[in-house]
Design a protein around this ligand. Sequence first.
Ligand code: AMP
Length: 462
Amino acid sequence: MRFEDLGLEPKILQALQEAGYDIPTPIQAEAIPEALKGRDVLGIAQTGTGKTASFTLPMIDRLSKGRAKARMPRSLVLAPTRELAAQVSESFETYGKYHKLTMALLIGGVSFGDQDAKLARGVDVLIATPGRLLDHFERGKLLLTGVQVMVVDEADRMLDMGFIPDIERIFKLTPFTRQTLFFSATMPPEIQRITDQFLSAPARIEVSRPATTAENISQHIVRLPSGNDSLKRATLRKLILDTKVKNGIIFCNRKKNVDVVATSLQKHKFDARPIHGDLPQAYRTETLQKFRDGEIELLVASDVAARGLDIPDVSHIFNYDVPVHADDYVHRIGRTGRAGRSGHAYMLVTPADDKAMAAVLKTTGLDNIEAVDMGDFFDQEQANARARGRGRPTRSNESKSSRSSDSKSTRSTTESKAPRSDDTRPSNPKPVRDDKRGGRDRGEKTVGLGDHVPAFLQRNGV
Ligand code: AMP
């Protein structure tokens, strides 16, 4: 099957050829002909399957005829996160380069004024996150009655983020004659209900999820003796130093942890930056671009910020936390080992993570996961922590491990280009308590409870 066989017009084929795409992916091969016929499509596919092109290409085809009216977009794409929305707009630019389609991106963190000016001129393609779209609508700046094609991308993630009532409302603001292209990686009952209500006899296309036990991704777990945050961070640093990381993404479950881990890595001269939903949009965009361009080595990310991001060629994934939803494990490690390259995934597992870990194993059916023995390192870390607790000056472990790995020379280039932590912080960073008050990394220790300090007693609260 070739793109020429799908019924796309020559200008799109030309753009595809220039983008270097020869063969449609399975979701493209199945969805594009149906969408071109004007049918609704229900695509059960996750990121990495080529689903973005499976809706942008037929949309460009359909929108190539006709003109947009002021404040009445002709098509609408809803995406859960700003990054994903921006990525969809890049796809329109790539595949639509020979069409004169006008486009507006309505995402938070960007001024209303510029977005409004575009809407006023009339747009063929409106790409939006649900909240920002409704903000514009409520200001009376937008009419959705001219929408001919509506796309919902990553619907299950919208559900996780609480956007389903917004989506229902937006559906009701568009004409029932619209064509709907709806994508979700999974079909929980709430999503099924929405599709039953708003899609009309859709072509249901399901493509298999990327294999989680892909031979080209080596998967490892490290079992930690305790959930101590300082130990977790030291273990992460040790892993990064020991595993020849070219570039990597470190996943944390909470935004607060993202900040703490990124700041801690910066403090130890790693070339790392945080990315999560509370950071300023300009900083998020710049960070992603720099990471894509290879100017930043490590991205510390939350699931939502990283979901669906198309970042080719990441050598390592570090699960700093075991994901709460086992499905997220699949999404996380799917960031590496792309396009047949080899990838490496590591996950830190504390005694408190046993249940979540069991869920990951059950969901993924993993059988090739390898446990890394870091017993000597933990013994040394714990001995150092005890010495610190007794107030004795001690050589910190991390500097020791950095130095020993430096001598192996694997870090020399990245360390020399690592910016000062001030340079890598967002322009409007959230205060990180660890920095302000002196966390356990700085030698403070809650005494009297041995190594098992309940989280709520730890001063840095992470
Ligand atoms: P998506 O699932 O839409 O996020 O796409 C994942 C990646 O696959 C993106 O980098 C696309 O540029 C790329 N891609 C999409 N379709 C094709 C294709 N037919 N051939 C090669 N790469 C593709």
